[in-house]
Design a binder for this molecule. Structure first.
Ligand SMILES: Cc1cc2nc3c(=O)[nH]c(=O)nc-3n(C[C@H](O)[C@H](O)[C@H](O)COP(=O)(O)O)c2cc1C
Length: 198
């Protein structure tokens, strides 16, 4: 317990909450066979890990085997595991691909499967598609507002034409590095700030 905690007998002071490293989840938004999101997620994690400013981990929606919301009694272990994983994260980076001008059904379903675990946290978006996944990313921002996730401004957009070979092998242009780091700066700073009000 730090000085303020000792003074006020409170282990949850602002000082305490900002001392430990933040946990940031890099969420893979697609689940289809042959998806490219793991390549993009690993690239972001590689950049993030070099910073040493937070604990970064890949969170793959596919690992949780979430049913389609409302079609079961909700007792599948993956649902509780998904909520518990999110509850332990302080912020997110959504690896967002564009499907019919929006996010994937899998990501929307996963977003709908939690509520409090998303609240008062920050998130950045890394998107891809024929126009950088921009339309999907803007839809995601609207959803995040409802879930009380603070979405940061800087948004790296990757082109299926110039950052991928044949739309499948990820070869990102060097210029994205600056944007990814700027986005992570914002996610870490806002995640730290929001931790103090939870
Ligand atoms: C159902 C479906 C719809 C798509 N719609 C769009 C689209 O509207 N705009 C776009 O830029 N790309 C679209 N794409 C292309 C995807 O962005 C591209 O296949 C990307 O690799 C998908 O991400 P993933 O490999 O991680 O699943 C679509 C792909 C699928 C499977």
């Amino acid at each position: 317990m730090g000085f303020l905690g000792r003074l006020f007998g409170d282990s949850n002071t602002r000082e305490e909450k900002t001392m430990t490293k933040l946990n940031i989840g890099i969420i893979l938004g697609s689940t289809r066979q042959g998806r490219v999101s793991p390549q993009v997620g690993e690239w972001v994690k590689g950049i993030a890990d070099k910073r040493g400013d937070a604990n970064y981990e890949i969170v793959d929606i596919a690992d949780f085997n979430l049913p389609f919301l409302g079609t079961t009694d909700g007792s599948e272990p993956g649902i509780a595991e998904w909520n518990s994983k999110l509850a332990n994260l302080d912020g997110f980076v959504f690896i967002t691909q564009e499907y019919n001008h929006s996010i994937t059904g899998a990501l929307k379903n996963a977003l709908d499967f939690a509520r409090e675990a998303w609240n008062d946290k920050a998130a950045g978006i890394v998107s891809y598609g024929s126009t950088g996944g921009a339309r999907a990313a803007e839809h995601l921002r609207g959803i995040m507002g409802e879930l009380k996730i603070a979405d940061v401004r800087t948004h790296p957009t990757l082109s299926l034409f110039t950052d991928f070979v044949n739309g499948s092998e990820f070869k990102p242009a060097e210029l994205h590095l600056t944007n990814v780091n700027a986005m992570l700066d914002e996610v870490v700073s806002w995640s730290g700030a929001l931790k103090t009000i939870r």
